[in-house]
Design a protein around this ligand. Structure first.
Ligand SMILES: Cc1cc2nc3c(=O)[nH]c(=O)nc-3n(C[C@H](O)[C@H](O)[C@H](O)COP(=O)(O)OP(=O)(O)OC[C@H]3O[C@@H](n4cnc5c(N)ncnc54)[C@H](O)[C@@H]3O)c2cc1C
Length: 376
């Protein structure tokens, strides 16, 4: 008999897993999403490193219209006033079919959802209770409906309240002490930068990342600024007190519509009290955004679960947890190092950082170990 899998949440993690499961006729799956529809309007970008592009290619990502994505070849580092420090070659990890890729998040979601049958996703659904009877999980939803499944994969993001319901205790993410500001920038406003590459501008207590999201060179801007949670200043005031104070000529990057939100990260990953419940993506662990690995790790985790379930592994929960925690710890450490380095405020430390950065990006052994371990 086919095994039934319920996936909670139709973000990158949940949709990737569903696409992988589609290829195995031993399973039937259903996605339960709390929203009433997909939000495909936002044009913000996402970076995908080769580790996740490799997995997405298994479900046809290489065939996605080439105009809808972009393959930057370098990461350019700048200090204030567009002073270029050095660059890192991103193609070192590329192969013919797997390349470091940037695109709009909405294009990725559209690609993932188009490959599924419309009845694979049920919108407007939230879990109210989960119970185990024999080997099966019984799910009860807010609207009174029920389902009985073999596996429950929770992919409902950073604020995962499904986790609190299932584990019967309250989980709360931690404020990371920073906010993200996002916008879209016109190519003419970045004439000081090379739009073929990813640009990383390091300011005091803040950094900016700009990259093209498609062949038409629409530019995505994301800016991370240290900020206390209780400080209620407007986005404009925050920018004036931080980035603009140091580099007046960055003002024209912020002419478009600006959106901001606080950055939260997770406490330690947990194993469920039920052996056939698995957490995935941001619901498993949410990283600081300074390694740009959140989406890529969601995709990797989906692939790990798919492999373990397909192989009928005898100890899925422990095997998955062991590998995920090892990956999470590695990436989390690197993300924190990056966060520290990108936000240095002391002028002497900045000089040291720039001095070492110039050497490190050219040191093949260091790059292979620092990034290669993650991109493998
Ligand atoms: C500023 C910033 C920049 C980033 N840039 C990058 C980047 O360049 N590269 C990268 O790899 N990652 C990046 N990330 C991280 C990345 O966006 C996330 O890690 C990734 O989207 C997580 O996917 P997910 O599917 O786990 O969660 P989500 O995308 O959050 O999806 C969760 C889904 O679950 C649904 N849901 C929520 N609650 C319930 C419920 N109770 N019941 C049912 N459904 C529910 C939601 O509506 C949503 O559809 C960035 C993050 C930030 C903050």
């Amino acid at each position: 008999m086919k095994k039934k899998i319920a996936i909670i949440g139709s973000g990158i993690a949940g949709l990737t897993l569903a696409n992988l499961l589609k290829s195995n006729s031993n399973f039937e799956f259903i996605i339960y999403e709390k929203e009433e529809a997909f939000n495909l309007k936002e044009g913000f970008g996402i970076q995908l490193s080769v580790n996740s592009v490799y997995i997405l290619n298994k479900i046809g990502f290489s065939k996605l219209n080439k105009n809808e994505k972009y393959n930057p070849s370098k990461l350019d580092f700048y200090s204030k006033n567009y002073n270029k420090i050095c660059d890192l070659d991103l193609t070192e990890f590329n192969s013919e079919n797997e390349k470091y890729t940037t695109l709009k998040r909405s294009i990725l979601i559209k690609f993932l959802k188009e490959k599924l049958l419309t009845n694979s996703i049920i919108f407007g659904k939230k879990i109210q209770e989960v119970n185990q009877t024999n080997e099966k999980l019984e799910i009860q939803f807010n609207d009174g409906s029920r389902d009985k499944v073999d596996y429950l994969i929770v992919a409902d993001g950073i604020y995962s309240n499904t986790k609190s319901i299932i584990e019967k205790k309250f989980f709360k993410p931690n404020y990371y002490g920073a906010i993200a500001i996002r916008s879209q920038v016109r190519a003419e406003d970045i004439s000081n930068l090379n739009s073929n590459n990813i640009s990383l501008i390091m300011s005091t207590d803040a950094h900016l990342v700009l990259y093209s999201v498609n062949k038409q060179k629409e530019i995505n801007l994301v800016c991370i600024i240290r900020k206390k949670l209780e400080d209620n200043d407007s986005i404009k005031t925050i920018l004036e007190n931080t980035i603009f104070k140091e580099s007046k000529n960055l003002v024209n990057l912020f002419n478009g519509e600006l959106k901001s939100w606080p950055i939260y990260t997770s406490n330690k990953p947990i194993k469920s009290i039920y052996k056939n419940v698995l957490y995935i993506g941001d619901a498993f662990y949410t990283f600081p955004p300074t390694m740009a690995q959140g989406a890529s790790q969601s995709i990797e985790a989906a692939n790990e679960i798919f492999q373990l379930i397909s192989d009928n592994n005898a100890d899925i929960q422990n095997e998955y947890f062991k590998r995920r925690v090892a990956r999470t710890n590695l990436i989390n450490k690197r993300s924190k190092i990056n966060y520290f380095g990108f936000h240095i405020s002391n002028p002497l430390l900045k000089t040291f950082r720039n001095f070492f950065l110039k050497r490190l990006v050219k040191n093949k052994n260091f790059i292979q170990s620092y990034l290669g371990e993650i991109y493998k």
